[in-house]
Design a protein around this ligand. Sequence first.
Ligand SMILES: [Zn+2]
Length: 223
Amino acid sequence: MPQAGIHGMVGMAAKKMMGRAEWLALGVVLGSFIPDMDNLGVAVATLTGASTEGIHRTATHSVFFIAAMMAVFYFIGVWKKDARWKNLGLGLGLGILLHSLLDLLIWFNGVELFWPLGGEINFWANITPPEWWMKLMDTAEFLFFGLYLWALGSWARKAGVDSEFMGKHRVWMWMEFALFAIFTPIFFFVEKGYYSIYGALYLVSLFAVFFVTIRMRKTVESV
Ligand SMILES: [Zn+2]
């Protein structure tokens, strides 16, 4: 699992360069989060006892998924006669692409960029990271969700928007920092039995951050 919060922040940085097309920036940031929602599939497979192989970093990280996403939103835009949906689709495509490329660079795993054609790309194939690093990567998911929300909050204040949502925003932000503080010692000092609880809370966080971003779209659009 790469740090989804980093993806979100890179998405925010990329959107700064993108001008003012409505919903384009929102698409880029949301697109940065979408690929790792395949972990939901991993969770379902784990719960049902099915194989978790070939679920993560495959379909949702693929160029064909990007093309399909952009096509779907393009046609929604045509159907609704509203160019914002096309912008959103373009943004989602860019965000997902950015995410997949970033995944190749960070965190020791390959990506099936051309799924379902196969051919995993892995720059890290010959490197086995130390165990403590892998643990830190998992627990740092919460840290980076928190940092992403913190950045979103400071942008909202600067732009003077979404002020009515800041109470709830703060709850989610501090919950992420708290989860990081709780799970870091657990990962290092508890033998086993916590990983599915961690996985469930990770998924809740990922979807929460996704919907908080939609709720705070004025902030995203104002940066
Ligand atoms: Zn990913």
